[in-house]
Design a binder for this molecule. Sequence first.
Ligand SMILES: NC(=O)c1ccc[n+]([C@@H]2O[C@H](COP(=O)([O-])OP(=O)(O)OC[C@H]3O[C@@H](n4cnc5c(N)ncnc54)[C@H](OP(=O)(O)O)[C@@H]3O)[C@@H](O)[C@H]2O)c1
Length: 215
Amino acid sequence: MKIVLFGATGMIGSRIAAEAAARGHSVTAVSRSGARPKADGDVTAVSGDAGDREQVATLVKGADVVASALVPARDGSDPRASFVALYHDFLSGVRAGGGPRTVIVGGAGSLRVAPGLRLVDTPDFPPAFKPEALAHADVLDSLRANAADLPMWTYISPAPQTGPGVRTGAFRVGVGDDLLPHAGSISAEDFAAAFVDEVESGAHPRQRLSVAQTA
Ligand SMILES: NC(=O)c1ccc[n+]([C@@H]2O[C@H](COP(=O)([O-])OP(=O)(O)OC[C@H]3O[C@@H](n4cnc5c(N)ncnc54)[C@H](OP(=O)(O)O)[C@@H]3O)[C@@H](O)[C@H]2O)c1
């Protein structure tokens, strides 16, 4: 498959690039820096801005799947409106470029821990991560509200604690908004494996998935 991945140099994006290339896919690895993620295989690094509609349209032409591991602003400003605007511009660029299916790395904070209660709204949710979690929740709301105008998307939330680790190949995937039971953590490598499974299968159009360690 030809995969165009935005955010390809990041903590999660670089693992998705490595996983996809290891499975034999052709990966165009996009970031503003244009650096090459550490990955063996067919990976071409390209400089591009996901917020630039024309650049995105050009970059995604001919892709089978677009993938995104973009990040909300982490400069201390409120990232909510700017992240929704970034995704709006990005996805309108994807659509202008032919509208390939788009798989998105999301956040865990909007997952439900009880009826009507999101993880981000629980008292123990770390305040430092709240703006980023709310920005992700806004993007997911916007995807659902504007689905008819968007390319086909799938939104995948990692477990609450996600970081560099090892690829075990053992993980759980939940469909929908409920946090998986005991969904403490996932390595970025296992998350990338689950993410590339969905890239390959396209099994969950316009749905939200979540990935967590095995119980
Ligand atoms: N538990 C959770 O909910 C959880 C845990 C971890 C991560 N996440 C989410 O996963 C996503 C990825 O996180 P991360 O830690 O991997 O982020 P990261 O390491 O900061 O990587 C972000 C990537 O996006 C690129 N990027 C940023 N703005 C861009 C733009 N306008 N156009 C093109 N590329 C752009 C960056 O490269 P350049 O700066 O060179 O453009 C970089 O490749 C985030 O949305 C984060 O919130 C969620």
